[in-house]
Design a protein around this ligand. Structure first.
Ligand SMILES: [Zn+2]
Length: 136
């Protein structure tokens, strides 16, 4: 399977100044078991603040807000692992773990009171292989 250089037909996810090709991530995980670590009970409890559960207070514009289609979220399969990556800045600073794919599953799980989902944590090499440069 080949990619267009600009990933026009790919499912992508953008988070701040980072962006990834989800199709590439799924292909790498499928082809190479060492591309990611499967965490059976990944902790998603801290992710609710990025999701539209509550109206924002007047005058508050959240820095990062992940868009979800709530009707679609409720149809998702929570047994399918979400995909997450640990971000390391160019200076080597640990920027935490970000969900690259599966935000609708995260929304449904939190809505149903669950705080864990099966999660593929990408290796650093896989994360970099999936990353798409953003040209501003
Ligand atoms: Zn792609």
């Amino acid at each position: 399977m080949t990619h267009s250089p600009m990933h026009e037909d790919c499912q992508t996810f953008r988070f701040g100044t980072w962006q990834w090709c989800v199709d590439t991530a799924e292909e790498l995980i499928r082809d190479d078991p060492s591309a990611a670590t499967l965490v059976a009970e990944g902790d998603i409890s801290g992710l609710g603040k990025l999701l539209p559960f509550h109206p924002d207070p007047p005058g508050v514009v959240p820095l990062i807000r992940v868009h979800v289609d709530i009707d679609y979220a409720m149809t998702t399969d929570l047994s399918k692992p979400i995909i997450a990556a640990r971000l390391v800045s160019e200076a080597g600073e640990d920027c935490g773990v970000v969900v690259v794919d599966g935000w609708h599953r995260v929304f449904r799980a939190l809505w149903e009171g669950r705080v864990h989902l099966p999660t593929y944590l990408l290796s650093n090499e896989t994360e970099r292989a999936c990353r798409i440069p953003i040209f501003i």
